[in-house]
Unconditional design. Structure first.
Length: 298
């Protein structure tokens, strides 16, 4: 009958960024069977020689038959709660070739999308896996340019995207353009209804007063288009600049710095709304007055 050989080995746990923490592993016939804290160093250790609860799971973790020891590839492109990702084991060569191929193709199209966000994201481990474990891989990814790197979770520093909870609608130029178009359509609607079709259109297409009249008509058309552009950019520029200011102050002086500027931006918003409506009124009243020396003014 063979006698089992038991020994205690002093080593350390480095499962997470909070380590390394010294511990003792009981090994029986070359198989780790038990983890213990190393109380012998309690005077020298900030945690009194104790390892945390995660370290006690190292035995199960090491010998788990489902432990992953190589790269996996997803074979089912469909994503969802009930979808089986269909992971299959692949060789390191295949994994590295696949990654290199994808990186090269993204690099050739540009590393960021049209909103400026990186198209490549890499996430490393969980529970604050020490970045040392990654070797030079993060440095290689960083050398590519703008890449979203997430190191661990919880204890680690996680890169993230800033997604504002509420965003002013007028910081989107499509919104201000739509408002400008609606305002100018209404201005001309009022012009047509008050002056009648021939009189209002005659301001823009004018053959009666010779080449000068015709040229003035062209200038009128350009000026109407310029009104749409100026409406769009005035509102967009003011509100967008305000949002940038709030964001900058939020970073410089979190929570407190933003408060006075919130009031200021509210005031700017009210003023811009007033300017927009007053200009629409002025343009509408101009559109309801016919041109021409002898015409009646309404
Ligand atoms: S898992 Fe626990 S014992 Fe291991 S390094 Fe992290 S904190 Fe220390």
């Amino acid at each position: 009958m063979s006698v089992s050989k038991k020994e205690k080995i002093k080593t350390f746990c480095y499962q997470c960024v909070a380590g390394p923490d010294l511990m003792e592993v009981e090994v029986e016939n070359g198989v780790a069977t038990r983890i213990e804290s190393l109380y012998g160093i309690q005077d020298a250790h900030p945690g009194g020689g104790r390892v945390c609860v995660k370290a006690f799971g190292l035995v199960q973790k090491t010998y788990n038959p489902d432990r992953l020891k190589g790269p996996l590839k997803r074979t089912n492109p469909k994503k969802g709660k009930d979808e089986d990702p269909g992971f299959v084991e692949i060789s390191w060569d295949e994994a590295l070739d696949t990654i290199a191929e994808k990186i090269k193709s993204i690099q050739s199209e540009g590393l960021v999308d049209k909103s400026g966000y990186p198209k490549i994201a890499a996430s490393f481990g969980g529970g604050g896996t020490p970045t040392q474990y990654m070797g030079t891989f993060p440095a290689l990814l960083s050398a590519l340019g703008k890449v979203d790197l997430g190191f661990g979770a919880g204890q680690g520093k996680k890169a993230g995207h800033l997604v504002p909870f509420l965003r002013s609608a007028n910081t989107d130029i499509n919104m201000t353009l739509a408002m400008a178009i609606i305002a100018m359509v209404m201005v001309h609607f009022w012009g047509f209804s008050i002056l009648g079709f021939p009189s209002h259109i005659g301001k823009f297409i004018n053959f009666k007063e010779g080449p000068i009249g015709f040229f003035v008509g062209i200038l009128e058309i350009i000026s109407e288009l310029a009104k749409v552009v100026s409406f769009t950019f005035r509102l967009f520029g003011n509100i967008f600049a305000g949002e940038v200011l709030l964001m900058a102050m939020g970073f410089l002086l979190p929570l407190i710095g933003i408060i006075p500027f919130l009031g200021l931006e509210l005031f700017v918003g009210v003023i811009q709304a007033f300017i927009f409506s007053m200009l629409t009124l002025v343009f509408a009243s101009m559109a309801s007055v016919s041109h021409g020396s002898g015409d009646d003014h309404h």
